[in-house]
Design a binder for this molecule. Structure first.
Ligand SMILES: [Zn+2]
Length: 108
């Protein structure tokens, strides 16, 4: 199932960027829906454009900051990820339109 949690952010970003990202959650702008994820602007030294996508293949982050341009999963990506989790939108982005899945609690 395509969804993610804080642990995925932690693994991708590392402790340092994760800790910094937690302090940027307040700076995340409105979450915009895209296919397989969200886009958002994070107000840092300047506004940075972040795109997070998550599919069965995993979670990917892109950011317009220098670290993001280097291919790092930066603190801005962490902040957007945490904002997505806080908004309860970290399940599969297409889930809302899909037919409800079978009971995930498993066999009785
Ligand atoms: Zn960044």
């Amino acid at each position: 199932m395509a969804s993610f949690g804080q642990l995925d952010l932690w693994r991708l970003a590392g402790k340092r960027s994760f800790d910094r990202g937690e302090r940027y959650v307040d700076r995340v702008g409105e979450l915009g829906d895209i296919e397989d994820g969200v886009v958002a602007t994070v107000r840092g030294t300047e506004p940075y454009q972040v795109r997070l996508t998550w599919t069965a293949a995993g979670l990917t982050g892109d950011c317009s900051c220098p670290f993001g341009q280097d291919g790092e999963f930066c603190k801005h990506c962490v902040a957007v990820g945490l904002a997505v989790i806080a908004a309860g939108r970290n399940a599969a982005p297409t889930a809302a339109d899909a037919t409800p899945a079978a009971d995930p609690t498993g066999p009785a």
